[in-house]
Design a binder for this molecule. Structure first.
Ligand code: BGC
Length: 467
């Protein structure tokens, strides 16, 4: 078992690991960047809907309900994708799975761009969703399995950074096409480019040592490790062998037998709360919210949204550096408090409205996104790879990912209807109430994993939550 690398010793570790070869460290960055195109596409293909919506509303004469369907279709696909991703990548390999997903992303993008009717649009978005769901699980897995041991933690957050980069890029591309008067079709079509890049890029990369070993191809695994982490090859081969032996008969029921139920509740709860505090009402519906706040033109609303996207990315970048300095808990809990305050603020602003509240809403949403991106955003994805015992990590991680997409669907498919029934202030206050629940949950259940290795985390759960 190895200690995970912390982002603040990331560069040191790359250089140490790479020994005297700066080329190797560059190669590891490069390989991770190609796999992280999966994260970029997750961000792009979810974020792109926000700017497209105002045009879709017009072209397909959307009602609140059909608009929610158009937004959420991708999430239905993502839930299915997250559920099959693990099995698929075990059977076909991580590399081959990502190659296939590259083609799914590319084909889905083109089909969506040409969708003649709303129902076909929805169908094609479900296909794109499959790609998102599978790669939200398999891309970080590929990165973790090719990263030299001490780099793993840092590289997991690298993927979350790619997700937020994808969202930000989608907003700016939406804005460019909105300004050019070209409407929603090219917004979706452009995603074919990173899809093809993922496909081609992965063709040049090798399979992960861990998967090769799991298929009894030890020679190939050893050759791959020779390149990735030559000085730790033997040690890595040993720990892969042990992990594979351990995982052989791992099953879900073990969570309930071995006193690890709370670990499972923590993982799934964090996944759900990450969504229940309403993040994707902003990520997917921001231009609609700006529309409520009096932004008259689609471009104005999308421009405001683009600012939110950049703030999301930059704050996530900051979080990557802070997570191992101040720890996960202060950022997580502090972030939830920030989200609570800004959600209350949103309700108040809409209660006082409908005067000229555009700037106030923009400021409030920026502070909300900062609070999310500093804590809940990166912490959930990091935690889903570090709070489960090694033996149950694959099952635990996969269940949390499915729960995250399911929570996302529930919130996204009900947002506009809630606004319609409860009104804007009460809807935002409902999310604020859920933020209170999230705070209490995290306060009592989420451990500080900074500086702990995986055995210590496992011991924490087995020892009735004592280190
Ligand atoms: C969440 C996504 C969200 C994104 C926003 C991720 O951590 O899982 O649902 O859209 O953050 O940056």
């Amino acid at each position: 078992m190895t200690m995970r690398t912390t982002p603040n010793n990331f560069h040191d570790a790359v250089n140490r690991q790479a020994g005297s070869s700066p080329k190797r460290s560059l190669a590891i960055y490069g390989i991770s960047a190609i796999a992280a195109l999966g994260g970029l596409l997750f961000g792009y293909d979810t974020g792109v809907i926000s700017g497209a919506e105002l045009f879709l509303q017009h072209d397909f004469a959307l009602t609140s309900f059909t608009e929610e369907l158009a937004v959420s279709a991708v999430l239905v696909g993502a839930i299915i994708g997250a559920a099959v991703g693990g099995k698929m990548s075990d059977a076909l390999g991580r590399r081959m799975t990502l190659i296939i997903m590259g083609s799914v992303f590319a084909a889905g993008a083109i089909l969506t761009a040409f969708a003649p009717t709303l129902w076909l649009f929805i169908l094609f978005r479900i296909i794109v969703g499959l790609g998102i769901g599978v790669s939200s699980f398999v891309a970080p897995m590929y990165i973790a399995e090719i990263a030299p041991p001490r780099l793993r933690g840092g590289l997991v957050t690298f993927n979350q950074l790619a997700v937020t980069a994808g969202i930000a890029v989608s907003y700016w591309i939406d804005l460019a096409f909105a300004n050019a008067g070209m409407g929603w079709r090219p917004m979706f079509g452009v995603a074919a480019i990173p899809g093809v890049a993922l496909l081609i890029g992965m063709l040049f990369l090798s399979e992960t040592p861990r998967w090769l070993a799991s298929k009894n191809q030890w020679d190939k695994a050893s050759t791959a490790l020779n390149f990735l982490a030559p000085s730790e090859r033997e040690q890595e081969l040993r720990s892969i062998r042990e992990a594979l032996r351990n995982e052989q008969h791992a099953s879900l029921s073990e969570f309930f037998r071995s006193g690890l139920t709370l670990a499972l509740i923590a993982g799934i709860g964090l996944a759900l709360f990450q969504q229940f505090i309403g993040i994707n009402t902003v990520i997917y519906y921001a231009p609609t919210i700006f529309g409520y706040a009096g932004f008259r033109s689609a471009s104005g609303a999308i421009l405001a949204t683009s600012v939110v996207g950049v703030v999301n990315f930059l704050t996530t970048l900051l979080a990557v550096f802070l997570l191992d300095r101040v720890g996960r808990r202060p950022l997580l809990l502090g972030g939830i408090v920030g989200m609570f305050i800004t959600l209350i603020g949103m309700g108040v602003i809409f209660l006082i409205g409908p005067g000229n509240i555009g700037v106030l809403v923009l400021i409030c949403l920026i502070l909300y996104i900062v609070s999310f991106a500093i804590g809940m955003g990166p912490v959930f994805w990091l935690m889903s790879s570090e709070i489960f015992p090694t033996r149950l990590r694959a099952i635990g991680g996969s269940l949390s990912t499915i729960a995250n997409w399911a929570g996302n669907l529930l919130i996204s498919i009900t947002f506009l209807s809630l606004i319609g029934t409860l009104g804007k202030p009460l809807t935002f206050w409902l999310y604020a109430l859920l933020a209170v629940a999230a705070f209490v949950f995290c306060w009592f259940l989420i451990p500080e994993t900074k500086g702990r290795n995986l055995e210590q985390v496992e011991g924490f759960w087995k020892n009735k939550r004592h280190w």
